[in-house]
Design a protein around this ligand. Structure first.
Ligand code: NAP
Ligand code: F7E
Length: 335
């Protein structure tokens, strides 16, 4: 029997990979998108003829209930969020509305429309913040360090609360940083690989970054969406950490990315104090042994492979843009 999945945030990095994965598994896939004056389906353009889209917004309770009634999903993946950490200091209230209260709005819609729907919440390693132990696992104490992290803690606990209060099949995937050629240009991996391509091809001369010492457990987004699906196929709902178990600094990221095109990163990277965050998450590294044992999940792309994949994709994209005279990018302050 064909299963139906509703994905919020389908136009984002993870939404696009999850949609591809579920289509390959034979699902009917419906994406929830919010109304905007320009079309933002760049990441799903290649599969859009195999998807259905429905309008809805995490800020609007009625639109969520309407979407659930119309689509009648078996599974809901809540990936929509204001997901960029620095923006959460500039727009803390809006971040809370989308990333925290948006989860309650969607859970409440599930409870009222069809409590048999299985629900996945996109929780984050940012919840560990000032880490209480290394590596971090499902039961590590939470200490978020940004309005985004705080909002994700709320989303995490309300998901568990709806599971415990109403017996919903609602799970929280605590995913560590995951990247790809489809990552937004403001996140550090993509900012670096895009700059490497521009510098190599003569369009830029330097790259301004903030804290070079912070360490992250970076994996490949295509691997991580498989874990989301596996979590909803279990007999009993439970929460899982998804991570590679390896950590690398921003400096190391620069080293691997620049050296892939034969450049020395130290000649191009400048520290810009304006990009240093008011409170930093210094070190993240996850212990995904529970997911490995119970979901049979493991990553297929390592750190070097990931960075090389992203550099290659950005080189190809920037070369193409140069050929078509479209290589300019807007300057956005604070990213
Ligand atoms: P992303 O690329 O920033 O995508 C976010 C998505 O949310 C976009 O489709 C965006 O739509 C949508 N959205 C934002 N506000 C919305 C609203 N009010 N109503 C409906 N849709 C809205 O994020 P991502 O990297 O794919 O991450 C997916 C989820 O996982 C997010 O919840 C993120 O916080 C979480 N997460 C990500 C990571 C990671 O490393 N990538 C790690 C842990 C957790 P538009 O296209 O219209 O802007
Ligand atoms: O920063 C440092 C920065 O913005 C990583 C989101 O998907 O993953 C992501 O959050 C590190 C930080 O990701 C720059 O200070 C230095 O220590 O790529 P990022 P993030 O904040 O870890 C988690 C798991 C999520 O859930 C989030 O949604 O890199 N860094 N210089 C910089 N970061 C950026 N963006 N830009 C810089 O110039």
């Amino acid at each position: 029997m064909t299963k139906t999945a509703l994905i919020t945030g389908i136009t984002g990095q993870d939404g696009s990979y999850l949609a591809e994965h579920l289509l390959a598994l034979g699902y009917r896939v419906v994406g929830m998108t919010r109304r905007s004056s320009t079309v933002t389906i760049e990441r799903i353009e290649h599969i859009v003829d195999r998807l259905e889209l429905i309008q809805g917004d995490l800020l609007d309770q009625n639109s969520l209930a309407y979407a659930l009634r119309e689509v009648e999903p078996d599974e809901v993946y809540n990936l929509a969020a204001q997901s960029f950490v620095p923006t959460s200091w500039n727009q803390p209230v809006l971040t809370g509305e989308f990333t925290a209260l948006g989860v309650t709005r969607l859970l409440e819609a599930v409870r009222q429309v069809d409590p048999t729907i299985r629900f996945y919440q996109a929780s984050s390693s940012e919840m560990f913040g000032k880490v209480a132990e290394v590596p971090q696992r499902e039961l590590t104490r939470l200490h978020p360090r940004s309005p985004y992290g705080v909002a994700k803690v709320y989303g995490h606990w309300i998901t568990l609360n709806y599971r415990e209060s109403y017996d919903l099949f609602a799970v929280s995937g605590i995913l560590f940083n995951h990247e790809s050629p489809r990552r937004g240009l403001e996140f550090v991996t993509r900012k670096v690989t895009d700059a490497v391509a521009r510098i190599k091809l003569g369009l830029a001369t330097e790259l301004r970054l903030g804290n070079l010492k912070s360490q992250r457990d970076w994996g490949f987004a295509g691997d991580y969406v498989r874990a989301m699906h596996l979590m909803l196929q279990r007999d009993d709902p439970s929460d899982y950490v998804i991570a590679t178990g390896e950590t690398h600094s921003v400096e190391e990221l620069c080293g691997v990315a620049f050296s892939h095109v034969g450049l020395d990163w130290q000649k191009y990277v400048r520290v810009d104090e304006a990009l240093v965050r008011p409170a930093e998450v210094d070190l993240l590294v996850g212990d995904a042994s529970r997911a490995r044992a119970e979901l049979g999940w493991s990553p297929t792309v390592d750190f070097t492979g990931l960075v090389h994949m992203m550099v290659e994709a950005d080189l190809a994209r920037v070369e193409e843009a140069i050929r078509h005279g479209k290589a300019k990018v807007p300057v956005v302050h604070g990213v």
